[in-house]
Design a protein. Structure first.
Length: 248
């Protein structure tokens, strides 16, 4: 189990963690929320540190915190969002979409998607920092990572050489483990925050992931690694915006 946890951290962050990767990569999926929790704790530490030194500039704190998290994750997920926007926006057939997804260059659709995603998250983080409630930011990081595992486990790969393919060795045990980790995250959100926070975090992230997963299946009959990265961004934003709607 330790190898699975370490592999999850090595996969989703740039942290230089030594050791060997788990032999069965699909077993690491249920530990993805734990990675999100660590990133969330880092944001909470930054928030508390700013309060301790009297730093009263939520917009700046939000941007700096978001930049730090983006750096810790290697920009992996936001890059996936841009690639997916380019591919789905410019491709008309499955073959063309997959071709664009393999192209390392970024087009206008991708640039716009990345800018809109960063601006949306920065404004949402500012909103929660100003309200003195950074916990929604914390849970957006947890549940978005959980949704990555859900997408990989329940949606087939669109191509065999996808980055997500080695993680997609689906089995009943893996899917059951993912469901358990998702439910545990929901209970933790309820216990540490509130029932509204738990419902918004779990419900909005799951709804957004299901809709995006269905869209991917319709367009390219599955997912790729970029789709998983885009799912993270979509789920994260859905939790943040959902919390704003319910004024959490």
């Amino acid at each position: 189990m330790l190898r699975s946890i370490l592999t999850a951290f090595r996969t989703l962050t740039i942290l230089p963690i030594p050791g060997k990767d788990a032999e069965n990569l699909s077993l690491t999926l249920c530990f993805f929320p734990l990675v999100g929790a660590l990133l969330g704790v880092f944001v909470l530490i930054l928030y508390q540190a700013a309060a301790a030194v009297g730093f009263q500039h939520p917009p700046v704190l939000a941007i700096l915190s978001l930049a730090a998290i983006t750096w810790l994750t290697g920009g992996l997920h936001i890059d996936g969002m841009g690639d997916v926007a380019d591919a789905f926006g410019g491709g008309r057939t499955k073959e063309r979409v997959l071709q664009i997804l393999k192209d390392p260059r970024m087009g206008s659709f991708g640039v716009c998607a990345i800018v809109f995603a960063i601006l949306t998250k920065a404004w949402c983080w500012q909103f929660y920092f100003e309200k003195g409630n950074p916990w929604i930011v914390f849970w957006s990081l947890v549940f978005s990572r959980s949704m990555q595992g859900f997408l990989i486990a329940f949606v087939p790969n669109a191509r065999t050489d996808s980055i997500a393919a080695p993680f997609g060795l689906r089995s009943r045990f893996v899917r059951f483990s993912l469901i358990v980790s998702y439910v545990m995250a929901g209970f933790a959100a309820f216990w540490l925050s509130s029932v509204n926070t738990a419902m918004v975090s779990a419900g909005f992230s799951l709804a957004a992931t299901v809709l995006f997963g269905l869209y991917c299946r319709r367009r390219i009959q599955g997912i790729t690694g970029d789709c998983v990265g885009a799912t993270n961004e979509i789920a994260e934003i859905s939790v943040l915006v959902g919390g704003m709607i319910f004024q959490i």
